[in-house]
Design a protein around this ligand. Structure first.
Ligand code: SF4
Length: 483
C-alpha cells in the first residue's frame, strides 16, 4: 500500500488516478485533512509523497528531508486544475523516471476533446499536438485518439433522432468474479423475472410521451445477460418494444447474448424475428482454466458452438468481449484467445483491461493475493492490437475506467460498417438515452451538450417496489422535452 498525503480534498480523484498509474500494482490511498483514517496500517504508513496545494502555490515532497518539487500553481476560486495536474504529473514523472502513456488524462472519455476539435475544423496535427503538449499523452496514444475521433465523427453523422433506447435485464446464469453490474443469478431469481418484465414495459410505455413522434435511432438490450430470459420471455418483451416504439427502421438493434451458455436456437430465432441486427457473444477468455476461475459457467467450446449457431441463423454482426489482466493470463493465454477469436471472425471485438470495482468479489481475492496478481504483461496490448488489425478490425471507440489494470483503456475494434453505434453515442454523449430497468441510467443531452441524468436503483427488489418513482424521476429530467 502507498500513502499519498494531500492538502486538497477536491483533487483526490485526479491525484489518485495519477499516483496509481505511477505505482502500478500498488494500492494507493490518498489522505487529506478531511479523511477519517481508521485503517491502522495506513495510519502508521509514512507518505510516499506529500502534496501541498494552497492559494499561492503547490509543491510535492517525496522522502522527508528531501527538497520538494516547488513552484507549482496555487488554487484560488477559479481553479487552474489542469495546471496543477500537470505540475503533480511532472513531479511524479521526475521522481520515478517514468512517463505515462495517457499523461494527465484522468477522465473516462479521452476522445471527447478530440471529437469536439475535429467538429470545430481543427486538423489532425493540431489535435495530436494538443494531446501531446497539454495532456502529456504519448505520440502513439495521440495518433490512436485522432484515428478514433475521425471514425466516431462518421458514425455520429448518421444519427437522426433525438434519442436511443436502452433496456437493462439484470439476470445472468452465474455471477462473474469481477462483476459490479446489476446482475442476479437467474436460477435463484426465476420467479421474479415476469414481474420484472412487467415493470420494464410500464417504464417503456412512458418514453414515447417524452420524444413525441420521433423513433429511437438505436435500441440496446443489455444487462446482465438478456438471453438469460427464456425465448418466450424475450418474445414478450421484444413484442412490447415493437408495439410501443417504431422499430422498423432502426440504425442498430443490439441484444447482448453475452454468456454463450444462454445462446440457444429458440432464443436466437426470437431475436431474428424482432429484427435484431447485432449481438454480443462474450468469451472474455478462451482459456478453460481462467473461465472456471472467474466464475463463468461455460467453456471455450461453448463460445465456438454459440458463434456457429448464430452464423447458421444468419447473424452477420457479432461482437465479442475479451478482458486483459485476468489472473493467471500472460502473453501465451492472450495469444490463444486471440487466435481462437480470429478463427471465429467476429465483426467487432471489445478489449477491456480488467477493472475491479469495490462491489466485485474479485476485490477480496486481489486484497489477499496482491494487486500485481492481475498485471497485464508488457507487450500484450500491442499484441492484441496487431491481431485485431490482422482480423480486419480497426479501433472505433475507446474509454477508460477507474481501477483499471495497467493504466490502459478499453478499446472497441470493428470491421468497416459494423461499428457499434450505440457504444459511440453513449460514450461521446451526443444523443439522449432513455433507459428502463434496474441500475440503468437515462441521460438527457440538452443544448450546449448539457447532460442531466436520471439513475434507476440497482437493487432488484427495490426496483420492483419503486419503479414508478423511477418513471417520475425520468419525467422530471426530460420535462423540457415533453410534449
Ligand atoms: S455476464 Fe456480465 S453482468 Fe453477468 S455476471 Fe458476468 S460480468 Fe456480470
Amino acid at each position: 500500500m502507498i500513502r499519498i498525503d494531500s492538502t486538497e480534498p477536491r483533487l483526490t480523484y485526479e491525484i489518485h488516478a495519477i499516483a496509481s498509474s505511477f505505482y502500478p500494482g500498488e494500492e494507493v490511498k490518498i489522505v487529506t485533512p478531511e479523511s477519517n483514517v481508521r485503517d491502522r496500517v495506513l495510519r502508521a504508513l509514512s507518505p510516499t509523497a506529500s502534496i501541498d496545494i494552497n492559494e499561492n502555490e503547490s509543491s510535492v515532497r517525496f522522502a522527508p528531508g528531501t527538497a520538494p518539487y516547488a513552484g507549482g500553481p496555487g488554487w484560488k476560486d477559479k481553479s487552474p486544475k489542469d495546471d496543477i495536474k500537470r505540475f503533480i504529473y511532472t513531479a511524479f514523472s521526475k521522481e520515478t523516471g517514468t512517463t505515462l502513456p495517457w499523461g494527465v488524462l484522468t477522465g473516462v472519455r479521452p476522445v471527447k476533446p478530440a471529437l469536439s476539435m475535429l467538429e470545430e475544423g481543427r486538423t489532425g496535427e493540431e489535435i495530436e499536438d494538443k494531446y501531446i503538449s497539454e495532456y502529456y499523452v504519448n505520440r502513439d496514444k495521440a495518433a490512436l485518439i485522432y484515428d478514433i475521433a475521425v471514425r466516431e465523427h462518421e458514425i455520429l453523422e448518421k444519427l437522426m433522432s433525438p434519442y436511443s433506447l436502452y433496456i437493462g435485464i439484470p439476470f445472468c446464469p452465474t455471477t462473474c468474479m469481477y462483476c459490479s453490474f446489476a446482475s442476479y443469478p437467474i436460477g435463484a431469481y426465476r420467479e421474479m423475472v415476469d414481474g420484472y418484465i412487467d415493470r420494464v414495459i410500464e417504464e417503456l410505455e412512458d418514453i414515447p410521451g417524452i420524444f413525441g413522434d420521433n423513433r429511437p435511432d438505436t435500441v440496446y438490450i443489455g444487462g446482465g445477460t438478456p438471453t438469460s430470459l427464456s425465448a418466450a420471455q424475450l418474445d414478450r418483451l421484444m413484442s412490447e418494444v415493437d408495439r410501443i416504439f417504431d422499430t422498423g427502421s432502426l440504425l442498430e438493434y443490439t441484444v447482448e447474448a453475452g454468456r454463450p451458455d444462454t445462446v440457444t436456437e429458440d432464443r436466437l430465432t426470437v431475436l431474428k424475428e424482432h429484427g435484431v441486427s447485432r449481438i454480443s457473444i462474450n468469451p472474455q477468455s478462451m482459456n478453460e482454466k481462467t473461465l472456471g476461475f472467474i466464475g463463468r459457467s461455460h467453456s471455450p467450446a461453448d463460445v465456438e458452438r454459440a458463434f456457429h449457431l448464430a452464423r447458421e441463423l444468419g447473424f452477420d454482426n457479432i461482437n465479442a468481449d475479451i478482458i486483459l489482466g485476468l489472473p493467471g493470463e500472460g502473453r501465451a493465454e492472450v495469444l490463444n484467445t486471440m487466435e481462437k477469436m480470429a478463427s471465429l471472425s467476429p465483426e467487432s471485438l471489445t478489449v477491456h483491461a480488467l477493472a475491479v470495482k469495490n462491489a466485485a468479489r474479485m476485490r477480496k481475492w486481489i486484497a489477499e493475493h496482491g494487486a500485481d496478481s492481475t498485471v497485464i504483461e508488457e507487450g500484450v496490448p500491442e499484441l492484441v492490437m496487431e491481431k485485431a488489425a490482422g482480423m480486419g478490425l480497426s479501433p472505433y471507440y475507446l474509454y477508460r475506467q477507474k481501477h483499471m489494470t495497467g493504466n490502459l483503456e478499453n478499446t472497441g475494434y470493428a470491421r468497416e460498417g459494423r461499428y457499434g453505434i450505440y457504444n459511440v453515442l453513449m460514450m461521446e454523449e451526443r444523443q439522449s438515452i432513455a433507459a428502463a430497468g434496474a441500475g440503468t441510467v437515462s441521460k438527457r443531452v440538452g443544448p450546449g451538450r448539457d447532460i442531466k441524468r436520471s439513475v434507476n436503483v440497482k437493487e432488484l427488489k427495490e426496483y420492483m417496489d419503486r419503479y414508478q418513482e423511477m418513471i417520475s424521476r425520468r419525467r422530471e429530467v426530460f420535462a423540457p422535452l415533453r410534449n
